[in-house]
Ligand binder design. Structure first.
Ligand code: GRF
Length: 236
């Protein structure tokens, strides 16, 4: 079970993390890559997908990770699917869960159970553009800055306390695809930093907001300040 905010890097313990995916898993790969560093405060102990054919699951398996498929279509309800998911998480003994392109809505019972211990990455600057098709909607709205957000998962979709964000400039002529590519590159920088901050105990939730203190080396941000504010990509 989680020991709360303390511990982590100071004691040398690495938090056991499961990554949940549904597709190609490029964010999962960025977390796996970061966790190869011995000083990283989390270790990836399992990759779980609700889609047995997810490319990321095959990738994880070939690299020797425990790669578990829990096909949501094999379960008659969200609750029964989540019971199987919960059993797998307990089996692997994970303390933290990182959603990385995991495309299933979770029930409040499940998000409550993992409150403060489950994080997600979303390809917009929340609270703008919750849900799907974020890049097309950002272009439609004419925003000049977009980006990505790592947040704790709460019952409201894409609505939990924000851990970190990275900004990306919108360029003239951007399409949803070109914008998605640059935001994805920012996601790959942000997510490992945000997970490190959570795993090391540097972030806490107070009154529904994240408070950051004592970030580990290399995690970006300033003491007491935002976890990260990636500079916007150059626009040429
Ligand atoms: C990412 O853009 C993530 O933010 C969103 O879905 C995409 C998943 O990409 N939730 P990948 O599977 O991590 O490559």
């Amino acid at each position: 079970m989680s020991e709360g905010g303390a511990g982590g890097t100071g004691s040398g313990a690495r938090r056991r993390v499961a990554i949940l995916i549904s597709g190609r898993g490029s964010n999962m790969m960025s977390l796996v890559e970061a966790a190869r560093a011995p000083a990283y405060p989390a270790e990836v102990v399992a990759v779980i997908s609700n889609r047995p054919d997810a490319a990321g699951l095959a990738w994880a398996r070939t690299r020797g990770f425990q790669a578990i498929a829990i096909d949501h279509k094999a379960y008659p309800s969200r609750e029964s699917f989540e019971a199987a998911l919960q059993a797998a998480l307990e089996e692997t003994g994970v303390e933290l869960v990182a959603l990385a392109g995991f495309m299933r809505l979770l029930t409040p019972a499940f998000t409550d159970r993992w409150s403060g211990r489950m994080i997600n990455i979303h390809p917009s600057l929340l609270p703008a553009f919750k849900g799907l098709d974020t890049h097309a909607r950002a272009l439609e709205a004419g925003v000049r800055i977009t980006g990505c957000t790592v947040h704790f998962v709460a019952a409201e979709m894409d609505g939990g306390p924000i851990i970190g964000q990275a900004a990306v400039a919108v360029r003239n002529g951007d399409t949803p695809e070109t914008l998605a590519g640059r935001v994805l590159a920012a996601e790959h920088r942000l997510y490992p930093q945000a997970l490190a901050a959570v795993a090391s105990g540097a972030v806490a939730v107070e009154a529904g907001r994240v408070v950051v203190s004592g970030l580990p080396d290399g995690a970006g941000g300033e003491a007491g300040g935002p976890l990260i504010a990636c500079p916007a990509a150059p626009s040429a």
